[in-house]
Design a protein around this ligand. Structure first.
Ligand SMILES: [Zn+2]
Ligand SMILES: [Zn+2]
Length: 140
């Protein structure tokens, strides 16, 4: 097997290392693996634990725990783990928002886009109303 690793700076400790697809140096990877083990052990002992509790008890970063939830690590061991939606606090297992909130945001976004489109077309109409010497004329 050829080690085709790129030399990169570790995003956690800044050390140079050969990237193997995990996004961090072997030292940090080992640390993270240990942290994951701690988290898994803690959750196994406290199946009802919430993310903030796990952060407090294990010192693991919230993003790591969320990643483990998304990866289904806790489900694998029969623990239904969720983290709160960033908007309403509903339990979710993926993304940042629950279905309701992401739907609401999508609708809001759509409404804003429609408004922007309308504003644009009004501007276009105004621009088109201005007399122009030359230009492309579209024929229907
Ligand atoms: Zn590192
Ligand atoms: Zn929500």
């Amino acid at each position: 097997m050829i080690m085709a690793g790129k030399i990169k700076n570790c995003q956690y400790c800044g050390k140079l290392y050969a990237e193997i697809g995990r996004g961090m140096c072997p030292d940090c990877l080992a640390k993270e693996d240990k942290k994951i083990e701690e988290v898994v052990t803690f959750v196994r002992a406290n199946p009802g634990a919430k993310v903030p509790e796990i952060v407090k008890e294990t010192g693991a970063h919230e993003t790591l725990i969320k990643r483990l939830i998304r990866e289904g690590r806790f489900e694998q061991m029969g623990v239904k783990m969720t983290y709160p939606c960033e908007k309403c606090g509903a339990p979710i297992i993926t993304g940042k928002l629950c279905q309701n909130c992401s739907d609401a945001i999508k609708q809001e976004l759509q409404a804003t886009q429609e408004k922007a489109m309308k504003a644009k077309s009004i501007m276009k109409e105004k621009a088109a109303a201005k007399p122009r010497g030359q230009g492309m004329h579209s024929k229907f």
